[in-house]
Structure formats: C-alpha cells, structure tokens
Design a protein around this ligand. Structure first.
Ligand SMILES: [Ca+2]
Length: 371
C-alpha cells in the first residue's frame, strides 16, 4: 500500500514529458529528453551534415540547434512571412546535394496583393551557418485568397526522381481542392529550380496547371518518401474525423470534399460517400481525428524494433503515432506519449534517435533515446 502511494506520488510529481523513467512500448523502450527549448511554435526541421539542425519558428524565424541542444540567434536573410493564424514560416528541406550547393528550400505563408498564399523559396546557407543568401522565389500557389489564414499545407519532400514535391492546403475553401486551374489543395511537383517537369500529368492542358501532381487534398502537412518502396506518402487533416494517410500517385484525385470520412464541426457528414470510382482511397484513416502534422519514416539504427515504421506527429489528441508498414500498406498502429503535448513535427537523426517538435509559444524539441 505504501509502495503504491509512493508510486502515485511519483507519477503526480513527474512533469508531463522529459521523464527519467523509461517508457516501455510495443517494440522499443525509450527515454524522453528535452533536447532544446525556447522555440516559438517550431514547425519544420532539417539536419545539417555536421549534426546540427535548422529549425523554423512559425512567426518567421530560422534558427540552428547544435548537437548539444544550444539554440542560435535567428539567422539573417529569412523572407518576410504572413504570420497570422496557421501561417508563417513553415517547412524547411535541404537539397539532396546540400554538401556541394548549400541550397535549402523553405515553404511559407506570404502576403501578396489580393490576400495570402503558400509560397516556396530557395536560398543558400552561408558557410558560417548564420544567414541565408541569394533568396529566390520558386512558386506561389496561386490564386491568392483574401479571406482566412488557414490550411496552407506547406510540407516539402524530395522524390527519388530528384524532383521537389510540395503539399498545399485548400485554404479552407473546399472547392479549390478539386479545381485543376488552382494550386491550392494539391501535391505539386517541380524541378529543384522551380520548373514543371515535362512528365507531370496535366502539362499541356489549357484548363489545368502543369505543376499539379495530385489533387483533392484538404490540408496536407505530412509528406515523406517511403525508403523501402520509393513511394510518396502524405498525411492530411480531415475536418472533424477523417484524417488520412495517402500514397500519392501521378494525377490522382484524393477526393476532398467529394468523399470524406469526416463530419462538419456541427455534426453532419460532409459526404455520403467515403469512396468513389476514380478517387484514390486513403490507406489509413483516423476517426476521431488525431490532427496529423509532420511524418517521418524510421530506418535508423537506434531502435531496431521501429524499422519500417511511419511516425506521425499528432496535434490533437496530442502525441506520437507509430504506424507499422509493409510495402505501401499500414499494418498496425501504436500511440506513444499520448495526451501529453501537441506535436508539430517528427524528424529522425543520423544515429536513429527521434526528435519531436512541440507546438507551443514556448515550444521545445524532445529527443527519444533508446534504453
Ligand atoms: Ca481523401
């Protein structure tokens, strides 16, 4: 009885995260360490070859975090952003040949005449790692929208084909996701210098934008290439229920808002159908929602039991989802750190440790270490 009381007290006294006690899960035992603090709504992260990490803060800053968790002053040369509601400085990715070119890619919300839109830019990281230089705009996901500052999407991934894939949200205007003359609610495919590849599905059509790779997306904030199949996987927020994981195929229509598992926030189903001819079904659905943001495949060495998993940072109910995969299928789901803190993104370090970006005004980066 006394032991139980002490245990209860210990649990009550434990902070929500960064526990000393190991967490025993289905395939791994790990410890949560607070790696870095003092970040305002961290959103995107990319590891540099020296093991430090570039991290965006949504209000419009880019910082570097050293391997021992020290957070730099904001880097110079970052573009101005539309930092309102869900917008701001969002994702970051390194060029596949960063070691040679020092080239980085950023996705952001931008204010333009007529409203706001999702924008892709590129720049070079200075040799001293404290500035971006040669900033260039690669794409504006037009048309701009006057109303609302939501659903920008804004995740970047490089495919095995060397091309850049960018997810864009439908800006909370559902019909935009199905329009082929509109870059909102899409997965876009570009060459790394911002041109549309000749083999994109709608190139040459006068009624469609050639940058589009797939369409019918609501609010995709997860994008990653499956290292075992080479396929592009995407995660998107549904409305109330109906969050999805999709395998993105060339020219595919992913359904929003024609078919959905989700509901209006006031109750009724958005669509009577959850599947329809000509529309790609999700490979995984959450009802109720978990609000999936960043995703990362796990192929690291630190946690052998997590090989072939897809991690999903969940904002609400907050936590970390681990999906087991086989080929391009999901075969299981486990929830870790559930109900603890809103997670915006998950990235895997070179040594296989897992890093989580918390979504908060005083946000942090947590690290999962094997025990
Ligand atoms: Ca869908």
């Amino acid at each position: 009885m006394i032991r139980r009381a002490i245990l209860t007290l210990a649990l009550l006294a434990t902070p929500a995260l960064a526990q000393d006690a190991p967490i025993v899960s289905e395939r791994a035992t790990f410890r949560v360490t607070t790696f870095a603090t003092g970040l305002e709504h961290p959103w995107g992260a990319a590891f540099l070859p020296d093991g430090s990490m570039l991290v965006t803060e949504r209000p419009g800053r880019l910082r570097r975090v050293t391997p021992d968790g020290r957070v730099s002053a904001p880097l110079a040369g970052v573009p101005p952003v539309e930092a309102a509601s869900q917008g701001g400085l969002l994702d970051i990715a390194l060029a596949p040949d960063f070691v040679r070119t020092r080239e980085v890619f950023l996705c952001q919300a931008a204010a333009v005449p007529g409203g706001a839109l999702t924008r892709l830019v590129t720049a070079r990281l200075s040799p001293t790692n404290d500035a971006l230089t040669g900033l260039r705009r690669l794409l504006d996901a037009t048309p701009a929208q006057e109303s609302g500052r939501q659903h920008y999407g804004c995740r970047i991934a490089f495919g095995r084909d060397g091309h850049l894939y960018l997810s864009t949200g439908e800006r909370n205007e559902r019909a935009r996701a199905q329009r082929l003359d509109d870059l909102a609610g899409k997965v876009i495919r570009l060459t790394r210098d911002g041109r549309m590849p000749d083999d994109n599905p709608f190139v040459g059509r006068t009624d469609a934008r050639g940058e589009i790779w797939s369409y019918g997306h609501r609010h995709p904030q997860g994008l990653a290439v499956n290292p075992w199949t080479g396929s592009l996987w995407e995660a998107e927020f549904g409305p109330r229920g109906g969050d999805e994981v999709n395998v993105i195929r060339r020219g595919g229509n992913y359904g929003w808002p024609v078919v959905s598992f989700g509901r209006e926030y006031w109750g009724p189903r958005i669509s009577r159908e959850t599947s329809a001819p000509g529309i790609e079904d999700p490979i995984h659905v959450w009802v109720p929602s978990v609000s999936p943001s960043g995703i990362a495949f796990y192929d690291g060495a630190a946690f052998p039991g997590w090989q072939r998993s897809l991690f999903v940072a969940a904002l609400n109910t907050p936590g970390l989802v681990r999906l087991s995969t086989e080929g391009d299928r999901v075969t299981g789901e486990e929830r870790l750190l559930w109900g603890k803190t809103r997670l915006r993104n998950v990235v895997v370090g070179a040594d296989g440790r897992v890093f989580l970006l918390t979504d908060a005004p005083d946000g942090a980066i947590l690290r999962l270490d094997p025990v």
